[in-house]
Design a protein around this ligand. Structure first.
Ligand code: IDP
Ligand code: MG
Length: 148
């Protein structure tokens, strides 16, 4: 089954949105496979965002991500990468639809509350980076009530 990496960024933690965000993924029917509350170092944040290293906002982005603890998670389910991005909303909260996490809870692109992997391949890379120890191996007893 497909997995994605979801991270509640330091602003989401500071603003008390952890329960709300986890609830949205849970209520959708996705399964939580990994969860940890960590503050990452600069080199780690630079690695996570390596693809964006040439962008003018890169340094500010790294400073933002290391500015406080984040909630790192692995969620599993059918099409969870694409659907997870829909639940999160567009990168710029000014363009995120109401009902999405960024559309409901964010205003500025540089304080957009949450990260989600953008493809199955990047999800694999991000899960390996954030959860080198591996994730939980369990399956929900609700499975037949969520999937036909
Ligand atoms: P994504 O998080 O929706 O996948 P990316 O393009 O991968 O968006 O950018 C990663 C993060 O970098 C964004 O979530 C946002 O926090 C930040 N970011 C992207 N573009 C800008 C910008 O133009 N100014 C400031 N921060 C930006
Ligand atoms: Mg991205």
């Amino acid at each position: 089954m497909e997995q994605t990496f979801i991270m509640i960024k330091p602003d989401g933690v500071q603003r008390g949105l952890v329960g709300e965000i986890i609830g949205r993924f849970e209520k959708k029917g996705f399964s939580l496979k990994g969860l940890k509350f960590v503050t990452v170092e600069q080199a780690f944040a630079e690695k996570h965002y390596a693809d964006l290293s040439s962008k003018p906002f890169f340094n500010g982005l790294v400073e933002y991500i290391i500015s406080g603890p984040v909630v790192a998670m692995v969620w599993e389910g059918k099409n969870v990468v694409t659907t997870g991005r829909k639940i999160i909303g567009a990168t710029n909260p000014a363009e995120s639809a109401p009902g999405t996490i960024r559309g409901d809870f964010a205003i500025d692109i540089g304080r957009n509350v949450i990260h989600g992997s953008d493809a199955v391949e990047s999800a694999k890379k991000e899960i390996a980076l954030w959860f080198p120890e591996g994730v939980a191996n369990w399956s929900s007893s609700l499975h037949p009530w969520i999937y036909e």
